[in-house]
Design a protein around this ligand. Structure first.
Ligand code: ATP
Length: 212
């Protein structure tokens, strides 16, 4: 039996915010390991400037390389299109019924849990670990989500605030600004080697307008 944390996201690209979030969840919640789990690419391409699901998975692999307690999980790439979290957790649970799963989210995402597909099933299959340093907000959030669980299925952990997002990183690359130190070196090198996120690599006209 392993205590496994799962950090889902698009990881377009993965960055230090994701890695610190995964690391702090593992440490504070005494998990054996945490995996980054990139989402598949939806058929109608909702992911901005997406180099492709396999490419995002590779970037995740590079991001965690050498870390003994972080890994990746490719289960959402096995099915085309978007996956419901409940379905993904069911697959993971069926594969390793003995594992104790913890699904990790930021505080903003946890707010919307009641509107997710099958929220009670999600909390039956996994604990929800919420990155929230503000105790008042954590208390409110805990109370708001209480109808969905018995009081033990939602846990909070703390992390230093890192104001970095994949959106900002894509914009930086498009503008020719550096991303080194905001992502692991291997991730920066891979993005540069493929020319991902540069305007010539296919930024949509609407995004280019934003970049001026
Ligand atoms: P985008 O800017 O493209 O929307 P993102 O940077 O928010 O992407 P996601 O792949 O959507 O990254 O995030 C995956 C998970 O990581 C989510 O649970 C999100 O709350 C969390 N996360 C993202 N950025 C940070 C950060 N800077 N600090 C802590 N958690 C983060």
């Amino acid at each position: 039996m392993a205590r496994v944390g799962i950090l889902g996201g698009t990881f377009n690209p993965p960055h230090v915010g994701h890695l610190v979030c995964a690391q702090e969840a593992r440490d504070q919640l005494a998990l054996d390991r945490v995996v980054l789990m990139p989402a598949g690419t939806p058929p109608h391409k909702e992911i901005a400037d997406d180099p492709g699901a396999e490419a995002r998975l590779d970037l995740c692999r590079l991001a965690v390389a050498g870390d003994p307690v972080l890994g990746v999980c490719a289960v959402e790439l096995e099915r085309a299109g978007p996956s419901y979290t409940a379905d993904t957790l069911r697959v993971l649970h069926d594969r390793e019924p003995g594992d104790e799963l913890t699904f990790i989210v930021g505080g903003d995402m946890a707010e919307s849990l009641p509107t997710w597909h099958e929220p009670r099933e999600i909390l039956r299959l996994a604990r929800l670990a919420v990155a929230e340093r503000d105790e008042v907000r954590a208390g409110d959030l805990g109370a708001r989500l209480r109808p969905l669980h018995d009081g033990t299925r939602i846990v909070f952990f703390d992390m230093p605030r890192l104001d970095v997002s994949s959106t900002d990183l894509r914009r930086r690359v498009a503008e020719g600004r550096p991303i080194r130190h905001l992502v692991p070196d291997a991730v920066a090198d891979e993005i540069a080697a493929h020319g991902w996120y540069r305007p010539t690599a296919g930024v949509s006209p609407t995004e280019q307008e934003h970049h001026g």
